[in-house]
Design a protein around this ligand. Sequence first.
Ligand code: 87F
Length: 828
Amino acid sequence: MALSMYTKPHDGSIKSKVVASLGEHDIAFLPLASYDGAIDPALAPILRGVPGGDVAGATTCAKALASTGTYPMYAPREQVDAWVKWDDEVLAPRVATCVKMLRGETPFVRAAFDDAATRLDAALAELERYLAPRYEKDDERFMADGENLTLADVFVVCSLYDAFSCAVDAAAKERYPNVCRLLYTVAASPGIQKAIGTPTSVDAVTIPSSGNNDSGAAAESAATAAKPRSSSRSAPAPAATGPPTGTPEEIAAAEAAASAQGLVVKSLKDAKKAGDATVTDDQVKAAVATLLELKKRADALKGVVAAPPKGKGKGGGEKKPPPAKKEKAGNAKAIKETGLGLTASVEDDFGAWYSQVVVAGELIEYYDISGCYILRPWAYSMWECIKDFFDAEIKKTGVENCYFPLFVSAARLEAEKDHIEDFAPEVAWVTRSGQSDLDIPIAVRPTSETVMYPQFANWIRSHRDLPLKLNQWCNVVRWEFKHPTPFIRSREFLWQEGHTAFTNKKDADAEVRHILELYRRVYEELLAVPVIPGVKSEKEKFAGGLYTTTVEAFVPATGRGIQGATSHCLGQNFAKMFDITFENATGGRSMAWQNSWGCTTRTIGVAVMVHGDDIGLVLPPRVAPLQAVVITIPNTKMSKEDTGRMKETGQKMTASLLAAGMRAKLDDRDNYTPGWKYNHWELKGVPLRCEFGPRDLEAGHCVVVRRDNRAKETVKLEDLPTRLPKLCEEMQADMLARATKKRNEAITTCTSWDGFVAALDAKKMVLTPWCETKESEELVKKRSMDDGEGGAAKTLCIPFIQPPLEPGTKCFVTGAPATTWVIWGRSY
Ligand code: 87F
């Protein structure tokens, strides 16, 4: 049965179900059959209801809601029409069939269920294919970003909500990331959340057995959204969870905190078992209590509700309690395998692993604004290493640091329309101070070209004022709508932005390459991450500039490329706009040539992704906040003097490392067991651990363990200051070599379309001969999206180091003459 949707202050006079409140207006579903024309369309405009998908009233409806000031919600009528129609005809009926049978609202008929589930899966796949390129492109955010919501979005989301909260298992979240994004972003609107709750997905869907169930195996293998996962088939599956109350980030943080505390408990218990008299029962008890609290908090955020007492559940006792959760069992296994606090592994669930490792490694703390993160000292210290290196290098070339304001007037920001147009949706604006609206809103800088260049115009008068080379270390804000990831994509981030002006193109070109080389060194020499330096395609370059150079890194675990840093030659575009002209050496006027270049805290995220393992962070020694930690291992049998001597020697060892210029620390805390301390520093990725026990004390040596490969060697105490710096250098070199080998193995060459998508699906980047046209890039994007599973590929860069291009070589996709080799990949 078709449903209508209308808005009006809901007075209960109409038999309908209110599904959402937007401002003063309610959005309700009304069975079409019960619509008798009694609702005055002017008061309560019908969004749909006329068979055939007419959306008469949509505009009135949109205006009414927009007038509440909450939702500017205009969309082309055809689009709303199509969207509603699709929900009406494709999505909603399939969801309804599955959901009703699973909830026991209609009899369970195996064949009908399988059919609906298969078709539901197809509908979700279709939606995913539809959404992915739109989310990929920043300029097509017509919906589902939570701020440009149409009523039609609400329709689709209501259907998805039903599907995900009953019939779609957690694995679908991975298969349909963009569908989930739609669901979560729209459902994040407070009005909608109030009405429908926070969406979740069930861990497993148990297909009820039924009288005509003779095709269990077929149901298992059907490509259904409601893929049956559980072996229990006796009862309709009550959802194991309620709606989560926390954001995914909060949940990840709470889980990480709980698993870290799990470690504390484990090591205390181990120590006690091993006869460590310093560990008291009370200590263990307190640690366990904390653990239970943290678990409870994580469960609450996840929406895990305690199973109702038998017979008292909502269903009147006929439903069995949910089977033991599969995921829990999986986690327990992971904990046991790693033994070390991270419950997700790099290979099985990279996203979850990353969220856990940045928190457990104490780099990041989540914050209550999505996309904003707290950089803890452990992360900031890495940023300082990068900063110190880069800052010193640019100063050698005459760059001066400065600071321009955080805020930009609209007039300045929009002075260079072409440049800002593409980015406009990401600009954040301040519109109010206290309770009063500002006369003119002001923007928060997303980058500083338009902030700085009016001053450049003032300061540059003569060729003697050039080159002008400025840089600032600062924060910028870009209100991203893609899924945020700590360091990798955040709404506020730290960076340096360099802005320079020259009298001629040759000098500008040379600087672009020099800066890019510094970025390469940041990645390869500091972070041990190999990068490919090259130039961006016309489509991917910074639109305001002449050309963009880039260093592209690669994350093997996901097979995705990631832009490391960019150095742009802006040509004379900005000089034209901002009138940056100078009197040249012959007395005439010329326009300046400009560059801009930037590198962000993304660097840290890339290094974490490339080097981290199932145990935790693995930090490259050159940027590790601590390069070595000395851990004393006293035992209860030691005399007081020996314990004191051990402590003192530990201090001396550490001092000798510090004197040798290393970043070192002594961990002689006696409220933690050695095992706990090992885990702690491993999780934080400290390159070298010096274990110093009673026998080592007697022998005058210690055991040094490398974090990256866990290789151990015994080092005489007097050799520590010479050996450990060497070990750091070896580890640094090995990390780069390992990552380079992996990266190189992940580059496949394709000279035709054959094998292109298969290579992407095998987590590779692809090197191809290319004709360099925008159309071919669009074509590859579309074809790779349609043929593959992991989203579209784009050009990462045209590498500076090119294989020979034989005359007559054809573009791998168009067959036109190739003009270059280019690297393609799925990317962050
Ligand atoms: C987002 C909002 C507004 C990127 C934006 O790469 C403007 C922009 O101009 C924007 N996102 N960009 C391009 C930045 C170019 C350039 N700026 C200086 C850099 C390096 C540092």
